[in-house]
Design a protein around this ligand. Structure first.
Ligand SMILES: [Ca+2]
Length: 263
C-alpha cells in the first residue's frame, strides 16, 4: 500500500514537474537553460569542492581539474580548496598568462552550471568561462572555441574558434597589419566584432548562478536564472567541447560546478 502511495505520489510529482517544464519552455516564456540541461541532458560531472586538495594545487588540482598554465607559474599555487569553494588567484605576471583551470567535458550541445563570486579584494575582475578542444590546436590557437566573459559592468559572448583564435584569421590579421602601417585593417576589425556581442550586467561581490550552454550555432548565457543573451555564430556548433575552462587574470571563487551533455 505504502509503495503504491509512493508511486502515485512520485507520478503526480513528475507530472507536475513536466507541466512546469513545458510552461517554462512555452511560447513567450523566458528560456530556462538549467531546466533544459537537467531535463534533456546527461550529467557528465559535478563538483562541490567539499574536500581538501587532493592534487598539488599546481597543475593537478584534484578530481580531474587541472591548471594549463601551472608550468609557467614558477611553482606558485594558483588554486586552493577552502571552505568547500575553489578559490583561484592567477599568477598572471609570473606566468605571463592568465590562469586557465579546466576539466574534461565532451559534448556538442550542452553546458555548464556554476556559482561564482569575485572576492572583496579583487580589482578589475573578469571571469572567462567557456569551452576548449585541444585536438584542433593545428587550426585554432590552443583550441579556444568559445567563451563568456563576465566583468564588472558587462558580459561578452565570443566565438573565438572561427574568430580571433582561428590561426587562418590570425594570419590575416598579421598580414593586414603589415600592409596597413601596423594598424588593424577596418575590414578585419569589423569581422572580429561580428564574432562577439556585449550586454550590460552589473557586477558585485556576491555569489551568482551562471549557466552557459551551446545549442547548435547558438550560445546562451544566463545569470541568476535570467537569460542575458543568446548569440548565434558558426563556431558554437563545433562538435566537441572537450574541456570546460575557467580563466582569469586575477581572482575568482567557484562552487557547485555541473556539466551536462545534451548530445
Ligand atoms: Ca561547496
Amino acid at each position: 500500500m505504502k509503495t503504491v502511495a509512493r508511486w502515485l505520489g512520485s507520478t503526480a510529482l513528475s507530472g507536475l514537474v513536466s507541466s512546469v517544464t513545458l510552461l517554462a519552455a512555452g511560447p513567450g516564456a523566458p528560456r530556462d537553460d538549467l531546466v533544459w540541461l537537467k531535463s534533456q541532458g546527461t550529467l557528465l560531472f559535478e563538483d562541490s569542492f567539499e574536500r581538501e586538495e587532493t592534487g598539488t594545487g599546481l597543475k593537478d588540482i584534484g578530481n580531474g581539474w587541472e591548471n594549463a598554465t601551472a608550468d609557467r607559474a614558477k611553482g606558485i599555487k594558483q588554486a586552493d580548496l577552502d571552505q568547500g569553494i575553489l578559490k583561484v588567484n592567477s599568477a598572471t605576471k609570473e606566468a605571463g598568462h592568465m590562469s586557465h583551470i579546466h576539466h574534461d567535458a565532451g559534448f556538442r550541445n550542452g553546458g555548464v552550471y556554476l556559482r561564482f563570486r569575485f572576492p572583496e579584494s579583487a580589482k578589475g575582475v573578469r571571469l572567462q568561462v567557456g569551452f576548449v578542444d585541444r585536438e584542433v590546436s593545428s587550426s585554432i590557437h590552443a583550441g579556444h572555441l568559445c567563451y563568456a566573459f563576465v566583468s564588472e559592468d558587462s558580459v561578452l559572448l565570443k566565438d573565438s574558434g572561427t574568430g580571433f583564435h582561428s590561426l587562418a584569421i590570425q594570419k590575416r590579421i598579421e598580414e593586414g597589419k603589415k600592409a596597413n602601417s601596423g594598424k588593424m585593417p577596418e575590414k578585419i576589425a569589423a569581422f572580429l566584432k561580428s564574432k562577439e556581442v556585449t550586454v550590460p550586467w552589473k557586477g558585485d561581490r556576491e555569489w551568482h548562478d551562471l549557466v552557459l550552454v551551446t545549442d547548435g550555432d547558438a550560445m546562451r548565457l544566463s545569470i541568476d536564472g535570467k537569460l542575458l543573451k543568446e548569440f548565434r555564430s558558426e563556431g558554437f556548433a563545433h562538435p566537441a567541447k572537450r574541456w570546460v575552462s575557467l580563466l582569469s587574470a586575477n581572482s575568482f571563487w567557484v562552487d557547485d560546478v555541473k556539466v551536462w551533455k545534451v548530445n
